[in-house]
Design a binder for this molecule. Structure first.
Ligand SMILES: NC(=O)c1ccc[n+]([C@@H]2O[C@H](COP(=O)([O-])OP(=O)(O)OC[C@H]3O[C@@H](n4cnc5c(N)ncnc54)[C@H](OP(=O)(O)O)[C@@H]3O)[C@@H](O)[C@H]2O)c1
Length: 258
C-alpha cells in the first residue's frame, strides 16, 4: 500500500470505475467523483475498497468551476495530498445530430463538461501539485486526460463531441509543456470503442462493425479495465522521461490498414 491519492472524475461507472479499480489494485487511495450520488456509487466504492485502499466519493459537477474548489478542499481535508488526476468525466451529445442541423445548446453543454471543466480543474490541481512538489520533491504527480479516437476521427453526427476531444488533445500538450519544469508529467489516453452506458445505444452498430466488418485488428469491444490497466502502468512511474504522450487503447483502430 502507498499513501498516494488519485482523483478520477466521473468514476461511479463505466471507464472511470474501471480506472479506479485498477489504481486501487496498485494500493492507491481513491477519490471517486460523479455528478450525482446515484445507485452506482456503492458499487464503485466496493470495487476499490475490496483492494484494501481508502476510498471516498466526492460529488461535484465537473462543468461547474465553482464546485472544483470544494472538491479539492474535501480531498485536502481527507488525505492532505493528490498524486494523480484522471480527467475522465465526459458525455456524448444527448442526441446525435448532423452538423448541418445540430444546436448551439448541445455544443455548449458538451464543451462545458468535456473540455472547459477539465481545463480549469487541471489548472487548480496543477497549482496544488506544484506546491506539493516544492514541499516534497520525491513525489511524482501525474495528470492523465481521457480523450477518444474522436479526437482525430470525423463523426459529423456528433461534431461537438469530436471537437471537445480534439481540445483535450491540445490541453494535454499545453499542460505537459507547462508542467514539465515542475516534474509533473501529463498523458493522454485515447480509448476506442469501450463497453459502457455511453455506447449502449449504439451497441448493435458497433457489434456489426467489429465482428462482421473487420473494423478492429483486435476483434473485440474494449472494456473499462483495458483503459484502467494503461493508466495503472503510467502510475507505476515507468515513464519519467515521457510527457505529452498519447496512448491509444483502441484495439488497433488507429492503424492505417491495406
Ligand atoms: N465508452 C466509450 O466507448 C468511450 C470511448 C472513448 C472515450 N470515452 C470517454 O471516456 C470517458 C468516460 O466515458 P464512459 O463511456 O465511461 O461514460 P459513462 O458510462 O456514461 O460514465 C460517465 C461517468 O462520468 C460521470 N459524469 C458525467 N458528467 C459529469 C459531470 N458533469 N461531472 C462529474 N461527473 C460526470 C458520470 O456520473 P453520473 O452518473 O453522476 O452522471 C459517470 O460516472 C468520457 O470522457 C468519454 O468521452 C468513452
Amino acid at each position: 500500500m502507498s499513501d498516494r491519492v488519485a482523483l478520477i472524475t466521473g468514476s461511479t461507472r463505466g471507464i472511470g470505475r474501471g480506472i479506479a479499480g485498477q489504481l486501487a489494485k496498485k494500493g492507491i487511495n481513491i477519490a471517486l467523483n460523479g455528478r450525482s450520488r446515484g445507485e452506482h456509487v456503492g458499487e464503485a466504492i466496493e470495487v476499490c475498497s475490496k483492494e484494501g485502499v481508502e476510498v471516498d466519493f466526492f460529488q461535484a459537477d465537473i462543468s461547474d468551476s465553482e464546485a472544483h474548489r470544494s472538491l479539492l478542499d474535501e480531498i485536502q481535508d481527507k488525505w492532505g495530498r493528490l498524486d494523480i488526476l484522471v480527467n475522465n468525466a465526459g458525455v456524448a451529445p444527448t442526441e446525435r445530430k448532423d452538423i448541418l442541423q445540430s444546436k448551439e445548446e448541445s455544443f455548449d453543454r458538451v464543451l462545458r463538461i468535456n473540455l472547459k471543466g477539465p481545463y480549469f480543474l487541471t489548472q487548480k490541481v496543477s497549482n496544488w501539485m506544484i506546491e506539493q512538489k516544492k514541499q516534497n520533491s520525491s513525489r511524482e504527480p501525474i495528470i492523465v486526460n481521457i480523450s477518444s479516437l474522436s479526437a482525430y476521427t470525423s463523426s459529423p453526427s456528433r461534431g461537438e463531441y469530436c471537437i471537445s476531444k480534439a481540445g483535450i488533445s491540445m490541453m494535454t500538450k499545453l499542460y505537459a509543456d507547462r508542467l514539465a519544469e515542475f516534474g509533473i508529467n501529463v498523458y493522454e489516453i485515447r480509448p476506442g470503442i469501450i463497453s459502457t452506458d455511453m455506447t449502449e445505444g449504439v451497441r448493435e452498430k458497433y457489434d456489426r462493425m467489429i465482428y462482421e466488418e473487420d473494423l478492429l485488428p483486435i476483434e473485440r469491444w474494449g472494456e473499462p479495465e483495458d483503459v484502467g490497466k494503461a493508466i495503472s502502468a503510467l502510475a507505476e512511474g515507468g515513464y519519467p522521461y515521457t510527457t505529452g504522450e498519447v496512448i491509444n487503447v483502441d484495439g488497433g483502430f488507429h492503424l492505417r490498414r491495406l
